[in-house]
Design a protein around this ligand. Structure first.
Ligand SMILES: NC(=O)c1ccc[n+]([C@@H]2O[C@H](COP(=O)([O-])OP(=O)(O)OC[C@H]3O[C@@H](n4cnc5c(N)ncnc54)[C@H](O)[C@@H]3O)[C@@H](O)[C@H]2O)c1
Length: 167
C-alpha cells in the first residue's frame, strides 16, 4: 500500500510516517520546511526529515510547496497513493492574525490543491485531513470518526469537504 503524507517533517506528519513505515507501507512525504519560515530557526524541521530518511528505506521525501497547484497535480499524477494524510499546515492562531495571507494560502488553498489533485488522479483514495477542533463550531463535543456528513452541517470548511470526499 502507498501513502502520501503532507507536512511529513512536522510533529503530526512525522509520527504518521513512522507508524505506516512500521506497518510496511511505501510512504512518500511532502514538506518544504515552511515551518522554519513561520517560526524561525527553532522551527526548522530538516532534522526530522533526515531522521526519517535514515530510519526507513520505504520513506521518500518530496520537496514540494502545497500552495503550488502546478507542482501538486503532477506529484499526485505520478505517485497515485492509496491514501493521503494531510498534515501540512500553518498551525498557529497567533501567526494567522499577523500573516493572514500565508495562513490562508497554506491551510485553505493548499488543502484545496490536494483535494483537487486527489479528485483528478486518485478519486477512490482515502483522504485524511488533520485539522483542529476550533473549526468544528457547535460540534465542540467532537465528531465521531464514523459520522457521515449529510451536507447540511454548519462547518463550511475544506476539512468538511475532505471528510465528504473520504466518506
Ligand atoms: N500538534 C498537535 O497537537 C495537533 C493536534 C490536533 C491537530 N493538529 C493539526 O495537525 C496539523 C499539523 O500540525 P503539526 O502540529 O504537525 O504542525 P507542524 O508545524 O509541526 O507541521 C506542519 C508541517 O507542514 C509543513 N508545511 C507548512 N506549509 C507547507 C507548505 N506550503 N508546503 C509543504 N509543507 C508545508 C511544515 O514545514 C511542517 O513540517 C495542523 O492542521 C494542526 O492544526 C495538530
Amino acid at each position: 500500500m502507498k501513502l502520501l503524507v503532507t507536512g511529513s517533517s512536522g510533529l503530526i506528519g512525522s509520527e504518521v510516517v513512522f507508524y505506516f513505515c512500521n506497518l510496511g507501507w511505501e510512504v512518500h512525504g511532502v514538506d518544504n520546511n515552511m515551518r522554519a519560515d513561520f517560526f524561525g530557526p527553532q522551527g526548522d524541521t530538516r532534522w526530522n526529515q533526515e531522521r526519517l530518511k535514515a530510519q526507513f528505506s520505504s520513506f521518500q521525501h518530496h520537496e514540494l510547496d502545497i500552495r503550488d497547484h502546478k507542482a501538486v497535480l503532477p506529484c499526485l499524477e505520478q505517485l497515485r497513493p492509496d491514501m493521503l494524510v494531510h498534515a501540512a499546515a500553518q498551525p498557529s492562531h497567533v501567526l494567522a492574525a499577523s500573516r493572514p495571507y500565508d495562513h490562508f494560502d497554506t491551510n485553505a488553498v493548499g488543502t484545496l490543491n490536494l483535494l483537487e489533485a486527489t479528485r483528478l488522479n486518485v478519486p477512490k483514495a482515502v483522504f485524511v485531513c488533520m485539522s483542529t477542533n476550533s473549526r468544528s463550531g457547535r460540534w465542540a463535543g467532537g465528531i465521531s470518526e464514523f459520522w457521515r456528513l449529510s451536507g447540511r452541517e454548519s462547518t463550511p470548511s475544506a476539512g468538511s469537504y475532505s471528510a465528504r470526499l473520504a466518506a
